[in-house]
Design a protein. Sequence first.
Length: 258
Amino acid sequence: MAYETLIVEIDDYVALIRLNRPDALNALNAKLLGELADALAAADANEKVRCIVLTGSEKAFAAGADIKEMSEKSFVDVFTGDLFTPETEALLRVRKPIIAAVSGYALGGGCELAMMCDFIICSDTAKFGQPEINLGVMAGIGGTQRLTRFVGKAKAMDMNLTGRFMDAAEAERSGLVSRVVPAKKLMDEAMAAARKITEKSALTAMAVKESVNRSYETTLREGLLFERRVFHSLFATEDQKEGMGAFLEKREAQFRDR
Ligand code: CAA
């Protein structure tokens, strides 16, 4: 399916979704968010996809929610329309792993979108920020919540209150991103990480994603119980027999997602 604000390519079991509003630094307007929700749901349902990479341009992953589109909205508009809820819920429903490949600006909703992915690989040019306070509002899709869990209260308060940007080195040091690579290597690194994931059992990868995400929703005790039960349940799969058997036979495992 062709999109106006996205470029989607599927190759070798990886769906690469590129945000494509170059004139607005990939600002997240309603059209883009709707198309993104649609593209993610399609990738999640597609048997030819085992991992998703979400990226932007070299200059901007996304510079936030579209300020032009929001500027005239009233409280009644955003509350009754439940601004951003359906699209963010759609992203969180995706069960396959999503890697954010971030170059340049990831600000406001752009930073929040990257944080909704499963992990972030960024280029050394990346800049993360929650500058909504400069617009007389605050972060609305995770900038005060996910960011606080990822980098801690001190940095989350600093970024949300001063609006300052965090560079790639600080983002890696703070645990916001998993890897920083030179800008020219970003897509190679992100695609290689995605391909590594496609070699695993897709079923097991889904279980891992669900279990790590659970740690943000529950107590340690409940999270550990959830993890153990999922771990136990994987012994009912053919992929567990194949993975362990292949190790013992010193050969590559051939997972069948069963
Ligand atoms: N919404 C709409 N348009 C945007 C945009 C945004 N968030 N960010 C950039 N643009 C547009 C600019 O208006 C400009 O368009 P025109 O050429 O038509 O004027 C174009 O993109 C290029 O931007 P700049 O000329 O500003 O580029 P720059 O290199 O000088 O600056 C920048 C880059 C620092 C990222 C700057 O564009 C900027 O500060 N953008 C806004 C960042 C921001 O405040 N984001 C938070 C949005 S609110 C939000 O996201 C709420 C939420 O939590 C969900």
